[in-house]
Write a protein that binds this ligand. Structure first.
Ligand code: CA
Ligand code: CA
Ligand code: CA
Length: 467
């Protein structure tokens, strides 16, 4: 909770923050507490909900501003996020399946960070595949596949059959930077096998990597009008970048609203995203989605134990992801990082990865109110070209469009998750490959990167690493 503070309290708080930074990171220059130049705020990527952990727990800290009562709910949600579900009957966490992708939220969102794509020969561990057939459902969403629904579950509890198995392969495609340096991009080739019943010929598939889950309460608090104001669907300003809002169905409020979460912005709120994860990813029903994903299929167990997660636990887990803090920027005064930031702007990256937002006033939850934040996203959909296209629409997002992902904290991926797999299906193996896959509206940006000198590329990547 945010108390009303006089300037004195604010100064004390900033001095404390400064001290903590000094203690935690002897090698990183901290903002001086007396330095009130505008640049100072840039360190605080998540406004007052910024933390100074740069280690493996960097994505896992609660908002520093929570009250004791709020911290208790966050703690309950934390436990639920990590809880391993098992099949019924069981005294603890029953209800898994009958078909599912994983047994806990934390198994996919590892350390509240990113999942990893499967290696060839391995079944998915922290990715999932959304599926549909052409057309749209009653609310304008994807049409479920008869016999399979909207998501493929490749695992099942004992005694029943998974929907299908997933085979992952990669094709290497060598290419060169303008200066002659070579690189190779790997294109995923995903097929399904052992389907329990034949899959339709017009099946559409979209592989999704589990994204990080910190800072989301702040993204949820950006006023809808501000996001819509950034949209330029007809590219009226002629910069080659359009940006469209996704409009999705909110099951709780029973209305269409702005989509914000997921790689195509297909989910409106953290509550619905969490309830959707429970039912589809783990086979756990809730008040919001009381029907098993397997309903109507032979895998359905026909038990009458809905909801399998209580309302309070569902709210607690949504509160948990809402209140995970954002790690502070690092090394922002490093000359290479400063140069990289200029190049980021020159290359037009900031047209989609919009650096700064101001959250609105949320009377029910002051912690996210009126924060100056630096997520580097516009939360809008962009045509990213045929190379990244999944060909599968999701509400207003078409088969070439993806929502600009936030870049805050991305420089800590290796530290937290031990890998640098990026993009919606984890095909990129580092930040450079992630940029080189950009096409469509981002093609000019990508070409600016591809034609940079080696030292310019290094500077741009150093800037991303400082986020
Ligand atoms: Ca179940
Ligand atoms: Ca399914
Ligand atoms: Ca434009």
């Amino acid at each position: 909770m945010m108390r009303v503070r006089g300037p004195g309290m604010r100064a004390v708080r900033w001095m404390l923050v400064g001290t903590v930074v000094t203690l935690l990171s002897a090698c990183v220059k901290e903002p001086a507490p007396w330095d009130d130049t505008p640049n100072n705020d840039v360190w605080f990527a998540g406004g007052t909900q910024t933390v100074f952990d740069q280690g493996s727990g960097a994505y896992s800290q609660a908002f520093p501003g929570l009250t004791a009562a709020e911290l208790a709910i966050h703690g309950t949600g934390d436990m639920a996020f990590e809880a391993t579900f098992v099949s019924a009957p069981s005294p603890v966490n029953p209800g898994l399946g009958p078909i599912f992708n994983s047994v806990s939220c934390a198994n996919c969102h590892i350390a509240d960070g990113r999942g990893r794509p499967p290696v060839p020969g391995e079944q998915p561990v922290s990715t999932l595949i959304r599926i549909s057939v052409p057309g749209s459902d009653a609310h304008g969403g994807p049409t479920p596949v008869p016999g399979f629904g909207g998501q493929l579950q490749h695992r099942s509890i004992f005694g029943t059959t998974p929907e299908a198995l997933v085979n992952t392969n990669y094709l290497e495609e060598p290419s060169t930077f303008a200066d002659g340096t070579t690189y190779s991009l790997r294109r995923p080739a995903i097929t399904l096998s052992a389907a329990y019943t034949p899959l339709p010929v017009d099946l559409m598939m979209s592989t999704r990597l589990a994204p990080p889950v910190f800072g989301l309460g702040l993204l949820e608090a950006i006023p809808e009008v501000d996001v819509r104001a950034l949209a330029d669907p007809g590219d009226a300003d002629g910069d080659g970048i359009s940006g469209r809002a996704n409009n999705v169905w909110d099951h709780l409020d029973q209305r269409y609203t702005l989509g914000r979460f997921g790689w195509k912005a297909g989910q409106p709120t953290l509550l619905q995203q969490s309830a959707g994860a429970y039912v589809e990813d783990m086979g756990i029903t809730s008040f919001l989605f009381p029907q098993e994903s397997s309903a109507g299929q032979p895998q359905h167990d026909g038990t009458n134990d809905e909801p399998e997660v209580s309302d309070s636990l569902l709210y607690a887990v949504a509160f948990y992801v809402r209140t995970l803090a954002v790690p502070a920027r690092r090394a922002i005064d490093d000359p290479q990082v400063v140069r990289g930031q200029e190049l980021f702007v020159n290359a037009g990256c900031d047209r989609c990865h919009v650096p700064e937002h101001r959250t609105g006033v949320n009377v029910a939850f002051p912690s996210v109110s009126n924060q100056r934040i630096f997520p580097y996203t516009d939360l809008l959909l962009h045509d990213m070209g045929p190379e990244l296209a999944d060909g599968r629409p999701e509400f207003d997002a078409d088969g070439t469009e993806w929502r600009t992902p936030a870049l805050w904290g991305i420089g800590l991926s290796q530290t937290v998750n031990g890998h640098q797999y990026f993009l919606h299906d984890g095909r990129a193996r580092d930040l450079s490959e992630a940029i080189l896959w950009h096409g469509g509206e981002a093609e000019t940006s990508r070409e600016r990167f591809r034609t940079m000198t080696a030292s310019e590329r290094a500077a741009l990547l150093a800037f991303l690493a400082s986020l």
